[in-house]
Design a protein around this ligand. Structure first.
Ligand SMILES: [Zn+2]
Ligand SMILES: [Zn+2]
Ligand SMILES: [Zn+2]
Length: 197
């Protein structure tokens, strides 16, 4: 019951509240976001002696193009466009490397991959997948990881990782939903302002 010593923040004069948390769902300059995360991933690989070869780097850049999940075959096509060959192992090996290196996550729900927003930091993310637009946001798991850990204890199961995925609607898709669909069918829950008829 000691205090959790693992709650260390990453130093480097980080901005108070990392806005990365669910940056995918907020309006932001994605070019900057992309560059920042790529730089972090590069630094992480360099410091860990992990070789970010051209094909691996290109794969990460492809994943970083948007906050969504991409299937291996889509990545493969894009790699081929960049002249990296078109045999599936090319993509799978690069993707496996990125996952192992902590630069990408599998998104099992959609059988795809997404770039990690916190490369090199030890974390168990909650991946939130929008069914409207396909956006994927990464949020710290907070208590969810602990809950899974506790569930594993009585089974004497040695937990090595937790991947938690949630599906639903992102704020933008929710807003769209609210506006456009005024077809009069599903009675909107507004007070009937004395309609005549
Ligand atoms: Zn972004
Ligand atoms: Zn991550
Ligand atoms: Zn959405």
């Amino acid at each position: 019951m000691a205090d959790d010593p693992s709650s260390k923040r990453h130093a480097e004069g980080a901005p108070e509240q990392a806005p990365d948390q669910a940056i995918a769902f907020t309006a932001h300059d994605h070019r900057q976001c992309q560059a920042r995360i790529l730089a972090r991933a590069e630094a992480h690989c360099a410091s860990g002696g992990l070789r970010l070869t051209p094909v691996r780097r290109q794969t990460l850049e492809i994943l970083l193009e948007a906050h969504r999940a991409m299937g291996a075959y889509e990545v493969l096509e894009r790699l081929a466009d960049h002249g990296f060959g078109s045999q599936p192992p090319v993509a799978y090996r690069a993707l496996d490397f990125l996952v192992e290196a902590g630069c990408a996550h599998r998104v099992r729900r959609v059988n795809g991959y997404t770039a990690c927003m916190h490369p090199g930091e030890r974390h168990d993310p909650v991946l939130l997948i929008c069914e409207g637009c396909g956006m994927v946001a990464e949020s710290p798991s907070g208590g969810a990881r602990r809950a899974v850990g506790q569930a594993a204890v009585p089974l004497e199961f040695q937990l090595e990782g937790v991947n938690i995925e949630g599906v639903g609607m992102c704020p933008a898709c929710l807003a769209d939903d609210g506006e456009g669909i005024g077809d009069g069918k599903g009675a909107p829950r507004s007070k009937d302002a004395g309609g005549g008829r």
